[in-house]
Design a protein around this ligand. Structure first.
Ligand code: ARG
Length: 458
């Protein structure tokens, strides 16, 4: 068994250390970035005069063959393969002989792994953005189709004021749109190349780091080689992004879980996204949503995990950094499924406008009632108090606000007039909120237009 670093050792590493140290079980998913990064490095080596054109071509052909084996799922592992970098280099040697040993000249696994991981994450970032776009499209499309549906709006989970159902839907869409912005923003700091930083001090063979960066689709090289091999800020930013998106999805899930309960019955989650109980035949559980809510826990945990690993890390590369991968992979894996599930639930659930309408009680119009007095010049603090007294009175008499006789209103305050009767119209209440960002028809339509304009035009 050979290692990349055996020269100065007399004894082989303990099997226990190897088990502890090996990252191949999880970092093999970087195979493509590792091999194509090596191809770029071979070309840069030839350009710098380190390799002849023939050597470069032989390296490229060998690497292509290794890639072919991975692609076909036929890469032959060997017992000494410590990580993806070791495995690829070992295999290249078996295929093309000692020339493989020239590939690593001036390069360290420290700049190699940092390059692989950034590149890999960049592709996932693009994938996740397009999943967010799918989720947004489903949401915006529903909001447009169901704009006429009214429901109680809640604060503190207490009925507050009537809103359009679409207004609630879009409230989540705007959070996801911010998630897209954050993702695009972190991508700019992610998309820089560590390659050519060497172990920590820089490459001694004058490889062109700018050309290498451009070759790998990076915006440029990282300006400091020590920073290049240590920096995992981009991974922290990504995990923080993922945790926040997880929180957003959990908030969506919580609303829908509540509203899909029999007591609310505002929505029905489609069979495809519900499960039954092994014991209670009547059950229809929103497991898809409960998992969306639950995944926020692991997404947050992954962020804390990496931050804790990085805290107090000494200069440059330390093996602690190998711990960057699993939280990152886990958060990516989680969201690659969670986002389509969220989109699927939203696309397939049924809404029950009649249940929403039935939940619209007159007390949701108490603010509007106070506003009638405001329009007569009564200061809002006072009109708030008077409308509150009307609510109390209607509760005492056991009638809805609209059934409270005008005489009762006027006993509370002579300022209440016959226009009180006009308050009890939910549509009108909603339409009064025509301010930018409000729940009136035109204001909701405007949100839909603005969101549509922010989505890629396919
Ligand atoms: N498997 C290692 C990692 O994931 C690669 C870098 C190893 N570098 C080193 N100096 N041992 O971080």
């Amino acid at each position: 068994m050979t290692t990349l670093w055996g020269g100065r050792f007399e004894q082989a590493a303990s099997p226990l250390l190897r088990q502890f140290n090996d990252s191949l079980p999880f970092d093999q998913r970087l195979w493509l970035e590792d091999i194509f990064g090596s191809m770029a490095y071979a070309s840069a080596g030839a350009a710098a005069g380190l390799l002849t054109a023939a050597e470069r071509d032989a390296l490229l052909a060998g690497l292509e063959q290794v890639a072919e084996e991975w692609r076909a799922g036929q890469f032959p592992f060997a017992p000494g393969d410590e990580d993806i970098h070791t495995a690829v280099e070992r295999r290249l040697g078996e295929l093309i002989g000692p020339l493989a040993g020239k590939l690593h000249t001036g390069r360290s696994r420290n700049d190699q792994v940092a390059t692989d991981l950034r590149w890999w994450l960049r592709s996932r970032v693009d994938e996740l953005d397009s999943l967010l776009v799918d989720l947004l499209r489903v949401t915006v499309q529903r909001a447009a189709a169901e704009i006429d549906v009214l429901m109680p709006g809640y604060t503190h989970v207490q009925p507050a004021q009537p809103i359009r159902w679409s207004h609630w839907l879009l409230s989540h869409a705007w959070a996801w749109q911010r998630d897209r912005q954050r993702l695009a923003d972190l991508r700019t700091r992610l998309n820089l190349s560590p390659l050519g930083a060497g172990a920590l001090a820089g490459n001694p063979f004058a490889v062109d780091r700018h050309a290498l960066a451009a070759d790998l689709g990076f915006d440029g090289p990282i300006p400091n080689s020590i920073d290049a091999v240590r920096d995992r800020d981009y991974a922290v930013e990504f995990l923080s992004w993922a945790a926040l998106l997880g929180v957003h999805l959990s908030q969506l899930a919580e609303d829908l879980i509540l509203w899909s309960s029999r007591e609310f019955g505002f929505v029905q989650i489609a069979d495809q996204f519900s499960t039954g109980s092994s014991l209670m035949p009547q059950k229809r559980n929103p497991d898809s949503l409960e998992l969306l809510r639950g995944k926020a826990g692991r997404l947050t945990g992954n962020l804390v995990s990496l931050l804790t690993t990085l805290k107090g890390l000494p200069a440059a590369y330390n093996k602690d950094l190998q711990e960057d991968k699993e939280p990152l992979f886990d958060s990516v894996n989680t969201l690659l499924v969670a986002l389509p599930v969220a989109a699927g639930v939203l696309a397939t659930m049924r809404i029950r406008p009649e249940r929403m309408a039935a939940a619209l009680g007159d007390e949701l119009l108490a603010t509007d009632l106070a506003d009638t007095l405001v329009r007569r010049g009564v200061p809002f603090r006072q009109s708030h108090e008077l409308a509150g007294l009307a609510v109390k009175r209607s509760e005492a008499l056991g009638v809805a606000l609209r059934e409270l006789p005008l005489a009762e209103y006027q006993a509370i305050s002579p300022q209440f007039g016959p226009d009180v009767a006009g308050v009890f119209d939910f549509e009108q209440s909603v339409e009064q909120r025509a301010v930018y960002g409000g729940t009136a028809h035109a204001a909701v339509l405007r949100q839909i237009e603005e969101l549509r304009a922010l989505l890629p035009s396919n």
